[in-house]
Design a binder for this molecule. Structure first.
Ligand code: GLU
Length: 318
């Protein structure tokens, strides 16, 4: 990095400073509709930056894993793009923001009966249904191998979170049955729901999430291992839908204040991509009304301002 405010020493100092500044921020609530998530430590707080050169900077609990939840959605969408191509994937799922909650069932009933985009639950369930494989175990193995390549090391599931969501995810079950009704899901509804709950239960540290975002910032090549994880033509669909739809029904506000493609999840993870430069991730489980990590949102707004990160700054400093 040529910018002095992005020198290694300056990045490390800023992450430490923001961790200290926002640790006392105890607003928000733990997600409790998946019972296991309500057991999270409210003071878990990790911040990590991974550059496209493979340098990693971190503060707080950046090495402690949490489940990915919806942060998994763009990456499984990327896998479907690799398997089938954008045209086939978008026969089943749209590319428009909804303005409704991530787990809304209402939009499915309207108009085309096609989920609006792959970043909401209905769209993600339709996309998971497209993942190729010879058996449920084979499909899960493919997904775990994909996420291991993004992280740069083997990753695994949190079995308790998976089972907890499997037995409490009635709204997702209803969405899956409605998708089946509209011909957007095959007959293996339960297997497909399990695969979706499993992708949501993959354990990733903040540092792993930053490296996953840095892979997208680096044109699809994991910056530490040097392995290509996503074909270059699939970056644009993925990043554009993260930008317009990745931050729940406050994606517009996020675009206004932060201005980066990003994805948030109910376990408290947020990752964002600064194309050509870096991936940034923050994890902390207390959530605001839109479902974003309160500390995560605060850190991203401040970092975007200080480092001039918005794609609409014309590339200059803030
Ligand atoms: N597994 C969660 C669900 O489907 C993910 C939601 C999220 O992180 O937004 O409800």
């Amino acid at each position: 990095m040529n910018e002095p405010h992005l020198s290694p020493a300056a990045i490390s100092a800023t992450l430490r400073e923001l961790h200290e500044k926002y640790l006392p921020l105890r607003e928000g609530r733990l997600a409790d509709y998946i019972p296991e998530l309500s057991k999270a430590d409210p003071d878990h707080f990790g911040i990590a930056v991974a550059t496209v050169k493979g340098e990693v900077f971190e503060a707080g609990n950046a090495e402690d894993p949490i489940t990915l939840q919806s942060v998994s959605k763009p990456f499984v969408y990327g896998m479907a793009l690799e398997d089938l191509g954008a045209e086939a994937v978008h026969e089943q799922v749209g590319m428009e923001p909804t303005g409704e909650a991530f787990n809304s069932i209402i939009e499915l009933e309207k108009k085309t009966h096609r989920p609006y985009n792959p970043m909401i639950n209905a769209g993600a369930l339709a996309v998971t249904n497209l993942i190729s494989g010879t058996s449920p175990a084979d499909k899960l193995g493919r997904i775990l191998r994909l996420f291991s390549r993004y992280a740069g090391h083997p990753v695994h599931l949190d079995g308790s979170v998976f089972v907890s969501e499997r037995f409490s995810g009635h709204r997702n079950r209803a969405i899956a049955h409605l998708l089946r009704h509209f011909g957007r899901m095959g007959p293996e509804i339960d297997e497909n729901l399990d695969l979706y709950f499993q992708q949501c239960s993959i354990l990733f540290s903040t540092k792993d999430m930053a490296l996953m975002a840095a892979t997208l910032a680096n044109g699809g090549v994991q910056p530490v291992t040097g392995e290509r994880v996503l074909a270059r033509p699939n970056l644009r669909p993925l990043l554009s839908l993260m930008f317009t739809c990745g931050m729940y029904d406050s994606s517009g506000e996020w675009a206004f204040h932060v201005g980066l493609p990003a994805k948030s999840g109910v376990s408290g993870g947020i990752l964002a991509v600064v194309p050509g430069k870096m991936g940034i991730a923050v994890t902390s489980p207390l959530l605001d009304k839109s479902g974003h990590s309160v500390r995560g949102h605060a850190v991203f707004r401040e970092l975007a301002e200080r480092w001039g990160l918005s794609l609409f700054n014309g590339g200059g400093e803030a």
